[in-house]
Write a protein that binds this ligand. Structure first.
Ligand code: HEM
Ligand SMILES: *[C@@H]1O[C@H](CO)[C@@H](O)[C@H](O)[C@H]1NC(C)=O
Ligand SMILES: *[C@@H]1O[C@H](CO)[C@@H](O)[C@H](O)[C@H]1NC(C)=O
Ligand SMILES: *[C@@H]1O[C@H](CO)[C@@H](O)[C@H](O)[C@H]1NC(C)=O
Ligand SMILES: *[C@@H]1O[C@H](CO)[C@@H](O)[C@H](O)[C@H]1NC(C)=O
Length: 349
């Protein structure tokens, strides 16, 4: 995998860099012991061969260990000119430049994920699909993770936890059919959709894009996707096996700032998990922790448990009080770590 350094999302929604993430927030974060425990663990072939990195391995390891930012520079930043494709899709010049085909794909995704009232239902599903493809992995599995199998395998997409994702699975297959002749892989398409969808939600960060994942149609084991009925200890252990700290897990479930549910309580189908499901804000944390529940909001038992368990409640409350603290952990670490949930990360010659 390697970093796509071109500005493909130049006209995206305001980034977390531009608002919400202030120097003051970062200072408060660093002073807050509870949220400073983000994972810096290496994984996959980086952990297996710590003294043998390719150039892509060096770049990915810098993001995982926190020495390089996980968010992309804001549009118009010095040194990041607007991207100009060197040729039409399929031309030799375009095939030799990774950014070229993605400069065709990303605007199609962005249009599907953006509306005047915030990010769209398809955006929510795309964020969750990226999670469900990536999360079918842990450090003792030699396959699985962000490999496209949630769409490519015969049965993974039919599992109970993916039933609500049928529409986005179908749409992702259609996008793949449109672009696969130009070397777009399914695993990369799924994760590019997820980060484009996050950026399409007002307040959402611009996560750096990496491409070059190996696609697989192999069905991963069951039990690697968390249950909304599990308590904090169970989900902390499940995520620890994927190299996430408890604070990372608390940061990650903040994606429920844009979520809705149909399957957990069908009687409340369509209820969201905070009162502003079109916006990437930190109200989800405050509203989950509050004893009162706004109309139309439904709290997952798993989120409630993280909000009030001893190992996670301090982090939860810090994010509830300060969106900058949440952004600093979620966009700088945990969301990006999710994109790297794979046994093989490096480009070997
Ligand atoms: C303990 C961890 C988690 C649990 C138990 C969990 C569970 C769920 C459940 C049950 C739903 C509702 C599905 C439905 O009824 O339609 C949901 C929705 C969603 N989840 Fe999670 N989730 C977790 C973590 C995450 C993470 C890490 C992300 C992304 C990074 C994520 C993103 C989403 C999104 C965007 C939706 C909304 C989907 C839609 O509205 O179409 N979740 N989650
Ligand atoms: C580094 O890893 C690659 C891929 O596993 C292998 O081909 C190569 O021989 C290794 N180089 C060294 C110096 O260990
Ligand atoms: C799947 O997508 C096709 C077009 O690509 C559409 O005709 C069909 O209705 C979709 N089915 C579902 C379940 O979304
Ligand atoms: C990883 O998942 C596999 C398959 O579910 C399981 O057997 C194994 O115990 C898990 N490893 C860890 C470290 O939890
Ligand atoms: C956490 O919240 C749940 C659901 O409201 C409640 O049943 C439980 O007693 C709370 N636990 C603590 C330690 O406050």
């Amino acid at each position: 995998m390697h970093y796509l350094s071109c500005a493909l999302l130049a006209a995206a929604a305001t980034s977390a860099h531009a608002r919400g993430f202030s120097g003051r927030a970062l200072m408060e974060l660093q002073q807050h012991a509870a949220v400073s425990t983000r994972s810096t663990q290496l994984l996959g072939d980086l952990a297996a061969n710590p003294n043998n990195f390719t150039a892509s391995g060096v770049a990915i390891s810098a993001v995982l260990t926190g020495t390089d930012a996980a968010t992309a520079p804001p549009p118009g930043a010095p040194g990041i000119p607007p991207y100009a494709p060197p040729g039409p899709p399929g031309s030799p010049a375009c095939r030799n430049d990774d950014c070229c085909v993605w400069s065709q794909v990303v605007p199609v995704l962005k249009a599907a994920f953006t509306s005047s009232t915030g990010c769209t239902p398809l955006a929510r599903s795309a964020i969750r699909l990226g999670f469900h493809d990536a999360a079918t992995w842990n450090t003792s599995l030699g396959f699985g993770g962000a490999d496209g199998s949630v769409v490519l395998s015969d049965d993974e997409g039919e599992r109970f936890e993916n039933l609500a994702l049928r529409g986005i699975i179908n749409q992702t297959q259609a996008w793949y059919n449109q672009f696969k002749a130009f070397d777009v892989g399914m695993a990369d398409l799924i994760q590019m959709s997820a980060i484009t969808a996050i950026a399409a939600c007002p307040g959402g960060p611009r996560i750096k894009a990496f491409v070059g994942r190996r696609d697989s149609d192999q069905t991963p084991p069951e039990g690697l996707i968390p249950s909304p009925f599990s308590g904090a200890a169970t989900n902390i252990a499940l995520f620890a096996a994927k190299t996430f700290s408890a604070a990372d897990l608390v940061a990650l479930v903040g994606a429920h700032t844009v979520s809705t549910q149909n399957e957990v309580d069908p009687a409340k189908a369509g209820d969201s998990q905070d009162s502003t499901p079109g916006t990437w804000d930190s109200k989800f944390y405050a509203e989950t922790a509050s004893p009162s529940t706004p109309a139309g909001v439904f709290k997952f038992p798993s989120d409630l448990s993280l909000s009030n368990s001893s190992g996670t409640s301090a982090t939860w409350n810090a994010f509830a009080a300060n969106q900058g603290a949440w952004n600093a952990v979620s966009s700088n670490n945990s969301t990006t770590r999710l994109l790297f949930s794979l046994p093989f990360l490096q480009d070997w010659p």
